[in-house]
Write a protein that binds this ligand. Structure first.
Ligand SMILES: [Zn+2]
Length: 318
């Protein structure tokens, strides 16, 4: 159970969603997502108990030191999945609810699946034990000097943030987020190409297109950046971070014809340099994966807390 107070009226709740799909009707029932019927239920709940506002409006109110509406709630969707166009957008449009979507640009401009999603689908296809075995084996063969440090087992959970996963899956995710980027990409490309034939086709099926995003903007939705490749930003040099942030912003602004001023930290990971870069690049706010509610008076626009969709239910059950 999450140890939150029941929300005060003046707290702003930012909800975070990833996959919203009927997993069991797809080729990958093992994907961890929210069923469409549960999404609809949660949206109904939110409509009854909160007032949904735009992230841009919230940012504007905080900057102007003006009052935020009571029980404010902001809906955010990370990673740019086609789920968001096919399953989420029609529901939000019907209810006239705004939301902010944070797509990655690498799958759209290079047709490369970022390692984070290669992980999800390899995990769904192989199961955690076999996937961990594959990683351990590739590491041992190709990067033996790192194989002990990143060896995956099911003993102790290495990071609390993966609270919805069992030990092995959590450590798998930890290893993946902690591994040096070059090694990670090589290992995952190797394993992914063994099990998935056509990466370009896979990208087209998994991610929404720029056309679909433009249609969503017409329908009242807004977009922010989530980087190019979904790296753990704090592990990169300032130059590399800058490239990830700036290039994703440039691509989205060029393709969507709107100003991109919100950022979502991949894995919720960032350091002080990240915030400096975001400010320099003209961003106005950034959302984390830190579970919490945003208090009106001390909301830091570059470290906004969010609740996972699963946490939102828990908090209100109390
Ligand atoms: Zn993400």
């Amino acid at each position: 159970m999450v140890a939150f107070e029941r929300p005060e009226k003046s707290y702003c709740t930012i909800v975070m969603y990833h996959y919203v799909r009927n997993m069991y009707e797809t080729d990958y029932p093992g994907i961890k997502g929210l069923l469409i019927k549960d999404f609809i239920k949660q949206i109904d709940y939110i409509c009854k108990n909160y007032s949904v506002i735009k992230l841009e409006d919230y940012t504007g109110l905080i900057k102007a030191k003006k009052a935020v509406p009571n029980n404010a709630c902001i809906l955010t969707f990370d990673d740019g999945f086609k789920d968001h166009y096919t399953n989420v957008f029609p529901i939000l449009k019907k209810k006239k609810l705004p939301a902010t979507f944070f797509p990655l640009t690498q799958p759209l401009s290079e047709f490369v699946v970022p390692a984070v999603h290669k992980t999800h689908f390899l995990l769904a296809k192989l199961g955690a034990p076999r996937f961990a075995e594959e990683i351990n084996s590739v590491m041992e063969k190709k990067f033996s000097e790192f194989s002990t440090e990143y060896f995956i087992d099911d003993k102790i959970k290495k990071a609390k943030r993966y609270k919805w996963d069992d030990n092995l899956s959590a450590n798998l995710k930890w290893t993946i987020s902690a591994m040096p980027v070059e090694i990670k990409n090589k290992v995952f490309n190797f394993i992914f190409s063994k099990y998935f034939e056509d990466e370009k086709e896979f990208c087209k099926n998994l991610y929404m297109s720029f056309d679909q995003m433009r249609e969503m903007i017409e329908g009242g939705m807004s977009f922010g950046s989530h980087s190019v490749t979904h790296p753990a930003l704090s592990k990169l040099s300032s130059e590399e971070q800058d490239k990830e942030i700036r290039n994703s912003k440039i691509t989205l602004e060029k393709e969507l014809g709107v100003k991109i001023s919100a950022f979502s930290y991949p894995y919720g990971d960032f350091n002080e340099a990240t915030i400096d870069i975001l400010k320099k690049e003209g961003f106005l706010c950034a959302v984390t994966t830190n579970a919490g509610l945003n208090k009106e008076n001390d909301a830091n626009l570059f470290t906004l807390d969010r609740l996972d969709t699963n946490d939102l239910c828990k908090i209100n059950e109390k």
